[in-house]
Write a protein that binds this ligand. Sequence first.
Ligand SMILES: C[S@@+](CC[C@H](N)C(=O)[O-])C[C@H]1O[C@@H](n2cnc3c(N)ncnc32)[C@H](O)[C@@H]1O
Length: 407
Amino acid sequence: MQEKKPSSIVPKPDMSVELCIPKNSAAGSSTDSCSTEKNALVDIFVQVSAEGSHIDIIDIREGQQSLDLAPAIRFSLQHCNMHGYWTLPSMLLWNEKGLRLFEEVTYTPEYYLTNTEISLLETHSGELARQIEPGTILLELGSGCLRKTGILLQAIEALGKEVDYYALDLDRNELLRTVGQLVDTSRFRHVRCHGLHGTYDDGRSWIARPENAGKPICVISLGSTVGSFAPAEVAVFLKTWAETVKTTSDGGGNPVAASFRILLGLDGCKDGGRVFEAYNDPRGVNKRFILNALDNANSYLRHEAFDARDWTVRGVWDAIAKRHVQYLVPLVDVDVTVLQDDKQQQQQQPETVTVRAGEKVQLVSSYKFDDEVKHRLWEESGLTVVNQCMNHDGSYGEFFMIFLLNY
Ligand SMILES: C[S@@+](CC[C@H](N)C(=O)[O-])C[C@H]1O[C@@H](n2cnc3c(N)ncnc32)[C@H](O)[C@@H]1O
């Protein structure tokens, strides 16, 4: 699942903000000074971390093609969604610079999700680690800056369980940096750490490889990352992963039943004001993160289709759908030129789309999971709760939750 379909619920803009800041500042970018060695047979880049540990980043991209969002960008600009909004693919957020900017967002005091999940993991990682079988493949979907996973891995290490941890994400330089830091700071003896460079879909094909058959699998998704999908899509997403693992066959084509679990962090905050603040910090850190999607779109389109200085970001808490939506909004009328492949003439035809000042281009949603949504999620995905830890928030009840789920 790479692209999010428009939700069928119309956002109710009862809360919005505009923050105008200068053109986005450059986030630090990691340079890859170590020598890279590619083993053509197994597609493993072996890299040496700052402390001299070896880190393997496995290229699992199907056909070794880099992700190309250009057709999706063109399509989005040529077709408004059913609510009359333009959209852009949310995956534009996640290039190397976007990942660095998102890490900055996780340190803003308003972004409660990261600190709350860290405190949950600090309290409960021992009991979660006890539930992990030795020999497990721990596969984290969208590992990001890896500020949290080390807490769980240290608890597994303390129990002396031999496991393989795979951080899956979209940018190889960021995988090298974050997995390298994890290995350097933790000095594991029992936990082996690797990176998987690819999309969720690539990860699902990888887990279905015969060499992974029969091993216990625990898929990890933290930070309420699945909240960028609507709840019905999350159910399909989780079920598809579970069924992939359960139907994986060995080299001889025989199905091998493996145990399958999901460790899932979900945001259940019901306080619209608090959610809104988390995605609309007054220093504009989140805004820089969102605007970076336009520069990333230019890279995919291979020309300056967007000038980020002409755009702002608008966050909206949609109380009905229980989601926060982030829109890109032009400050002036902008003409966006896209080059369309003309197959007959075998050349690229420019086509210009005008987005008027104040019109919205929807980029990403963050759904929040209340009791009703959560129960529907378990029902539709076929998952059952083995263990749950929750943070409570006064009158608002469950705030952030981590579930260990069985299929
Ligand atoms: C909201 S961030 C969460 C990062 C981290 N799990 C956390 O809790 O801080 C979402 C992460 O998922 C990754 N991601 C988004 N879509 C993806 C896809 N289709 N395939 C692989 N990774 C994806 C992004 O690159 C990013 O690291």
